[in-house]
Design a protein. Structure first.
Length: 388
């Protein structure tokens, strides 16, 4: 009956250690962690959409920049041509002034011929000569021949005057037309350049706006991710604390109900070593540590057996040979359990724990874990020793 009671007690302890009560879920809950992670995904999705929009906007910005550059170069070309047109216009103006001077020269010649007429009278009229007292008929004949010659010269002069005037008019028209056309082309190029620059500035502003939105969304994603990670860490820590509390309660119950120095009899060396190892529950695993605030697996067992005066090396390889090998069906509290594989190399036994009764052991498991109670039944269990 007593054996049945002990078995039931061990089963209860294992249930407490390995199966937390359904109502005891630590905060934050799994649902809260999942909700936080879902928020990360949603915000990451919005960030991805903004990234696509930004890439599109930047591509459009590059296209507009290239178009603006082309139009700026057209503007630069028209500005050069306008300067050339100004030079041509100035040259035409010089030629125009020369032509106008020629016109004035021919006008002066015509005016001089007119002044040679008697008081501006028409000297080619024979009736004028008949009443003149200068030489009579002979004088009249002389003047008539001279005026005929002068008439021919006057006709040529007038013809030259008309040609000079026509040339001047043509040059003036050509110079004005070329200059006005070039000014118009320059204004069009200037307008195209201004429109291209305006489109470029507008697109650059849009790209900046999307970039700012992307940065804002990135901040929201980072904040959501940090919150989800914080909640996950809190939950892991809470679960770990709950597990340690359950293991400590289970170990205490085992100790109280006959798995220590039972029935009031004096404790064996193994009992003392096991009880001391259980007093280290919750202390962190640290590689090569042997207490008092942290341990690795062989450091914990070394210090536990040190409590009863048994010296062990801080190495599973020699702890495996520290005493007789014990069949697993004859284990007592304090016996050392070894894990790995048996070969010619002692280093192939890589882990050790201390038996505390009823299929349980206390051990320092691995980096990131703590000293705790666990089942001894692992696939890599290779045997046990009883130190002496």
């Amino acid at each position: 009956m007593h054996t049945v009671h002990q078995r039931l007690l061990v089963a209860c302890c294992l249930v407490l250690a390995l199966c937390p009560p359904a109502a005891a879920e630590p905060a934050p809950s799994a649902g809260e962690v999942a909700e936080a992670r879902a928020a990360v995904r949603e915000r990451a999705k919005a960030l991805g959409a903004a990234s696509v929009k930004l890439a599109t906007a930047q591509t459009r910005l590059e296209e507009l920049a290239a178009d603006a550059e082309r139009k700026v170069e057209v503007y630069n070309g028209q500005r050069v041509r306008l300067e050339q047109a100004k030079v041509h216009h100035a040259t035409a103006q010089e030629r125009l002034r020369a032509a106008e001077a020629k016109v004035e020269e021919t006008r002066a010649a015509v005016s001089m011929l007119a002044a040679q007429s008697y008081g501006g009278m028409d000297l080619s009229n024979p009736m004028v000569g008949l009443f003149s007292d200068d030489g009579g008929i002979a004088g009249y004949l002389h003047r008539t021949g001279m005026l005929a010659s002068i008439g021919e010269e006057q006709g040529e002069t007038l013809k030259q005057a008309r040609s000079a005037q026509e040339v001047a008019d043509v040059l003036r028209a050509q110079a004005e037309e070329a200059y006005l056309e070039q000014q118009d082309a320059f204004r069009q190029a200037e307008a195209a350049k201004a429109a291209a620059q305006e489109a470029l500035d507008r697109q650059a502003g849009e790209a900046r706006r999307i970039e700012a939105e992307k940065e804002r969304l990135q901040g929201r994603v980072d904040a959501a991710r940090s919150e989800a990670q914080r909640l996950a860490r809190q939950r892991e820590a809470a679960l770990e604390r709950a597990r340690l509390e359950r293991e400590e309660r289970a170990a205490a119950q085992l100790t109280r109900h006959g798995f220590g120095a039972s029935g009031g009899s004096s404790a064996t060396m193994g009992d003392i070593a096991a009880d001391w190892a259980l007093s280290q529950l919750g202390k962190p695993y640290v590689w090569a540590a042997d207490g008092p605030s942290s341990y690795d697996c062989s450091g914990l067992t070394m210090r536990a057996w040190e409590q009863v005066g048994v010296r062990l090396d801080h190495w599973t390889g020699t702890q495996w040979t520290s005493g007789p090998h014990i069949p697993l069906n004859q284990l007592r509290r304090g016996d050392l359990l070894f894990f790995g594989k048996i070969t010619d190399d002692p280093g192939d036994i890589h882990h050790v724990g201390m038996y505390i009764g009823r299929g349980l052991m206390v051990h320092a498991p691995q980096t990131g874990d703590v000293v705790r109670v666990a089942s001894m039944w692992r696939r890599d269990l290779v045997g046990a020793t009883r130190p002496r």
